[in-house]
Design a protein around this ligand. Structure first.
Ligand SMILES: [Zn+2]
Ligand SMILES: [Zn+2]
Length: 282
């Protein structure tokens, strides 16, 4: 199903300045549109932005959520999205390769619904992400969990890792999304310390990803938020490589104009320096 590629250098001529510009061939597999409850972009807008930004492979990954207390519950309409996807694939053929994927959340209460949706829609790839902890959306969970704490040392993040462990045990996914996502909402900034404290858990989770033939995602949306760091951090990527990980998927988690392939040159450098390779699809 997968195949893998090294980042490819493209030479393009900027006619205004007559300078040679070296750009990387970008693969952005994590993008939201109005098929997600938290974005109002049309699919076509995102494709046009991707072409402008020299993205060669572009994947839609709208939310698939079944948590009953969440506004995204049962919001996804795969049949309608497929029609628009087919129209755009024809219209932009030769300019960009389009893929129809999904970003699913997982909790025990609705794992069967997730399975059924995967069967019904046959997505080209499935990103699975921990958006809920102890039944609560992660932004609220972090706020509640950190409320009384004065330092990150006083916080018990272990339920978050339980959510990640549930995904890697579930096995029906291709890409584990934004692993250290809790830091997006954390009031603390010493994430390095928290990663070290939970190294054993990260190692266990990453090993299961590798052993299951899956990959992790490098998600650049963290660079747009106060944590100012991609998900996951470079040290977790190093850990992934140390347990045998070779390939990563790259995604911007775009929800609005300007987000597509956000800071990809920066993270492609990090990935390259670690000796990891970028995932592409057949
Ligand atoms: Zn997500
Ligand atoms: Zn997302």
């Amino acid at each position: 199903m997968f195949y893998y590629t090294e980042p490819v250098l493209l030479l393009t001529l900027d006619s205004r300045h007559l300078n040679l510009i070296i750009a990387l061939m970008h693969i952005d597999l994590h993008n939201h549109t109005r098929f997600s409850y938290d974005s109002n972009r049309s699919m076509e807008e995102t494709v046009i932005e991707a072409i402008e930004k020299n993205v060669k492979v572009f994947g839609f990954s709208d939310h698939l959520d079944f948590n009953e207390n969440d506004p995204g519950n049962e919001y996804y309409n795969g049949c309608m999205q497929k029609k628009e996807f087919e129209r755009l694939s024809k219209k932009y053929e030769g300019k960009i390769e389009l893929l129809l994927g999904i970003e699913a959340s997982l909790e025990n209460a609705y794992s069967e619904k997730v399975r059924n949706a995967f069967k019904k829609h046959s997505f080209r790839y499935r990103i699975m992400s921990a958006h809920f902890v102890e039944g609560i959306v992660i932004s609220d969970w972090i706020e509640r969990t950190e409320r009384e704490a004065r330092t990150s040392d006083e916080v018990d993040y272990s339920p978050y890792f339980d959510s990640l462990k549930r995904i890697v045990s579930f096995q029906e996914y291709d890409i584990l999304g934004h692993i250290d996502y809790y830091k997006k909402y954390s009031k603390f900034t010493d994430h390095h310390k928290t990663s070290q404290k939970h190294e054993k858990e990260y190692r266990e989770i990453l090993k299961k990803v590798v052993d299951g033939g899956k990959v992790i995602e490098v998600n650049t949306s963290g660079l747009r938020h106060s944590c100012r760091e991609q998900f996951p951090s470079t040290e977790i990527l190093r850990l992934y490589r140390d347990v045998g990980g070779e390939f990563v998927a790259t995604g911007s988690d775009s929800h609005k104009s300007g987000d597509v392939a956000f800071k990809f040159d920066e993270v492609y450098n990090i990935i390259d320096n670690l000796g990891l390779k970028i995932l592409k699809f057949k």
